[in-house]
Design a protein around this ligand. Structure first.
Ligand code: NI
Length: 174
């Protein structure tokens, strides 16, 4: 049974926490990853970090497949081994910073070591969208949001507007 969890949005100090390494991948972690994927799909996101649902564990999930066929990827304790000097730019958004998008430059290629859904040690070479997505999600594990890369003025404006929302809409699944 998978549960759709509440996604925490900026401004919220929880999003600024540094997440803690996972000791071992067991049923509890797998249930968390299932819930994270379900939550991400329901919100139409392509990546989610555990801290975004209030759990300070170093776990991220990603699915960048486009053809309607799911391709869930789970990363526990991810670390970047190698990255490109060459940068690539995407217009990024974030489920924790609803309705704002901004161009962010990130290394075009990265090599990431992690434990997968079954707790097996893996190394993945990622480039383009996947590399950007992994780096965006890994930032969440350090308490960093993509708006932190913007000018102070632009960031302040976004956070101010987000805090002014009186009745943020409920997330509904229909
Ligand atoms: Ni995000």
């Amino acid at each position: 049974m998978m549960t759709i969890r509440n996604i925490i949005t900026e401004p919220n100090e929880i999003l600024r926490q540094v997440s803690k390494p996972v000791q071992a991948v067991g049923n509890e972690e797998r249930k968390l990853m299932d819930d994270m994927l379900e939550t991400m799909y329901a919100a139409n996101g392509i990546g989610l970090a555990a801290i975004q649902i209030g759990i300070p564990k170093r776990i991220i999930v990603i699915d960048i497949s486009k053809d309607g066929k799911k391709n869930p990827m789970c990363f526990v304790n991810p670390t970047i081994k190698n990255k490109d000097k060459e940068k690539t730019t995407y217009e990024e958004g974030c489920l924790s910073v609803p309705n704002y998008f901004a161009e962010v430059d990130r290394p075009k290629y990265c090599e990431v070591e992690y434990l997968d859904y079954n707790g097996e040690n893996k190394i993945l070479e990622a480039e383009g969208l996947l590399a950007t997505c992994i780096q965006h999600e890994m930032d969440h594990l350090e308490g960093i949001l993509f708006i932190d890369y913007l000018s102070k003025l632009k960031k302040t404006m976004i956070v101010k507007k987000l805090s002014k929302r009186k009745n943020p809409p409920d997330r509904i699944i229909v």
